[in-house]
Design a protein around this ligand. Structure first.
Ligand SMILES: Cc1cc2nc3c(=O)[nH]c(=O)nc-3n(C[C@H](O)[C@H](O)[C@H](O)COP(=O)(O)OP(=O)(O)OC[C@H]3O[C@@H](n4cnc5c(N)ncnc54)[C@H](O)[C@@H]3O)c2cc1C
Length: 327
């Protein structure tokens, strides 16, 4: 084993004073990879207050060591202080691998660290494996998921962002033991963004919906109209994954193999092609109605009723009709 670079690190992203689910998923995968070549897993946790409780949680999910960096400038995620703190840690400890959840913050941090330290980064990976003495192979989907390229970083630490929802969250083991190390990385730069107010939203659980309207990329520019239609019908609102990946809808409402599984009595699917990864999340619907401009789109073969037409015209018309009926 190359002793100069060791351990598999995971960026433990926090939200509302909890470690987010996708970091725990990555932690589970990191455990599997490290076990394969006999290495340790270390979590990196940054924040302002005492982080010991969260660090203990990370240990129950598979970390052997949790490095905590406590500084007021790390209260909320911010690119400059977070990337500076992590870069200093990397230079000091030389990890073999660093995995980040491919969330907005995880992708931002990984990209910044990659540029700062001139390191390779496999982005948005959906498959990971180890060969030899800790060489990371990372699968990156391309062409809308049609192919998967297996990539390898030529620099160390090897880094990858991992798509949320791809790997299962491990079962916590409360009897696991590990080490928490508080690290002083020196004075950090101030964040360039200040939080004025925190607004939390709650999202309904679409998996229990009896009726749902689902928006796809074909109506990307007018998701609001689809949402409004769902409201008017009093149906749940869901989406395909690309809309969530682009940050246009919350992650909790995308349907599919890596998102929510819905089993409604009726699903209206607007502007979605019917990709296999999406269909597996909606296949349990009793009736599917789809709207798609392309008569050859695969979604039609899964639909009980198909409307071949422009959703940008059809949805406003449906809304008009519902509004007229309500008067
Ligand atoms: C490992 C992995 C996991 C994945 N997991 C999921 C998952 O859980 N859920 C998921 O959704 N995807 C998932 N994907 C992505 C999936 O493969 C597809 O890329 C995705 O479902 C496509 O989304 P879409 O149908 O909205 O977009 P597109 O495939 O781009 O389809 C858009 C559709 O809109 C139609 N359209 C365009 N303009 C209009 C218009 N004006 N009116 C009406 N129709 C129009 C087009 O004809 C087209 O059929 C995954 C991929 C991978 C690799």
């Amino acid at each position: 084993m190359n002793l100069e670079y060791k351990n598999v690190w995971v960026f433990l992203e926090r939200r509302r004073e909890e470690i987010i689910e996708s970091s725990l998923e990555v932690l589970g995968k990191a455990r599997e990879l490290a076990d394969k070549y006999g290495d340790k897993v270390a979590g990196v946790l940054m924040g302002a207050g005492n982080l010991d409780k969260l660090a203990e949680t990370a240990i129950t999910y598979g970390a052997d060591i949790v490095y905590t960096i406590q500084d007021d400038v790390l209260q909320d995620y911010s690119t400059i202080p977070y990337s500076e703190a992590l870069s200093r840690m990397i230079i000091r400890y030389k990890p073999n691998i660093i995995l980040y959840p491919a969330t907005r913050n995880g992708r931002d941090l990984a990209g910044r660290v990659s540029a700062k330290l001139n390191l390779g980064l496999s982005a948005n990976t959906v498959w990971l494996d180890i060969v030899g003495d800790g060489v990371l192979l990372a699968g990156v989907p391309g062409f809308g998921g049609g192919i998967m390229a297996v990539t390898k970083c030529l620099t160390k630490p090897q880094m990858a962002t991992v798509r949320p929802g791809v790997f299962p969250k491990p079962q916590p083991n409360p009897t696991r033991t590990g080490r928490i190390e508080r690290i002083d990385v020196g004075k950090l730069p101030e964040p360039q963004v200040k939080t004025i107010e925190r607004v939390f939203y709650t999202v309904e659980d679409i998996s229990k919906a009896e009726a749902i309207v689902i928006a796809g990329m074909g109506i990307r520019e007018n998701i609001e109209a689809v949402k409004k239609l769902a409201e008017k019908l009093n149906w749940a609102f869901g989406a395909t994954r690309p809309l969530s990946d682009e940050g246009l809808v919350p992650r909790d409402i995308f349907v599919g193999a890596t998102g929510k599984t819905v089993r409604p009595k009726i699903a209206l699917i607007v502007g979605a092609s019917g990709a296999a990864h999406f269909i597996s999340g909606v296949a349990g619907a009793e009736k599917i109605i789809s709207i798609n401009i392309d008569p050859e789109a695969p979604i039609h073969s899964y639909s009980d009723y198909s409307i071949v037409g422009d959703a940008y015209k059809i949805i406003p018309k449906l809304l008009e009709k519902l509004e007229a009926e309500a008067k």
